[in-house]
Design a binder for this molecule. Sequence first.
Ligand SMILES: Nc1ncnc2c1ncn2[C@@H]1O[C@H](COP(=O)(O)OP(=O)(O)OP(=O)(O)O)[C@@H](O)[C@H]1O
Length: 246
Amino acid sequence: MSQLLEVSGVCVSFDGFRAINNLSFSIGHAEMRAIIGPNGAGKTTFMDIVTGKTKPDEGSVLWGDLSRNLVGMNEAKIARMGIGRKFQRPTVFEDQSVFDNLLMAVKNDRSPLAVLFFKPKFADIAKVEELAAEIGLQEHLPRKSGELSHGQKQWLEIGMLLAQDPKLLLVDEPAAGMTLGEREQTTDILKEAAKTRAVVVVEHDMEFVRRLECKVTVLHEGSVLAEGSLDHVTQNQDVIDVYLGR
Ligand SMILES: Nc1ncnc2c1ncn2[C@@H]1O[C@H](COP(=O)(O)OP(=O)(O)OP(=O)(O)O)[C@@H](O)[C@H]1O
């Protein structure tokens, strides 16, 4: 299979309301994709389906070269298969240093105790330093994570996800609450990450989406309304009617 993820004909209803309606979506192995769409379009539900939080009523979610169907697998198993998800609110350990947060993630044991009793090997330290460079926090490794700015905490969490080397990274509204400078650096981090993996970014901020310079999928009422370059989709009359023109 040339695609990393292939979602086909997926439907999900909540109490009779069809939140996802015959949705099809695919992404390649090293690709950046932005998903936009009005509130309630199904963006979060889409990510819930891919990560196994919500089970679709119909359709398939095929993953990897073996085209394994993720439908019915639990969230932990899907995460182990290489799908990482960044929620809007950062969930770093604020009392721990940036270094320790990254180290916990490298060891895949997100508990402060694990770091307390753990003597890192040279390779682990090198990995932490490499991750810190990727997210622009080299200078902040000894700092308590709670002292970081909102944007820096978001980068730290992205770094913690990258520590697991996911094949697909799902990122929910990364620009929210960030300064312009932070938004620009976030774009750089995500673009770099997408050179070696698939990255899906759900975002309302159009300037942010433009800087990602990637294909855009517009969702509306649980289906794909339009897909293509940002210029292409923003000129689509249906997209203007349901989303941009509001
Ligand atoms: N657990 C649930 N129970 C009932 N309805 C739900 C549930 N989850 C989502 N929905 C409904 O499904 C639709 C899609 O919601 P979803 O959160 O996926 O949209 P979204 O595109 O992420 O919106 P937003 O941009 O506001 O985050 C909405 O109408 C929402 O109210």
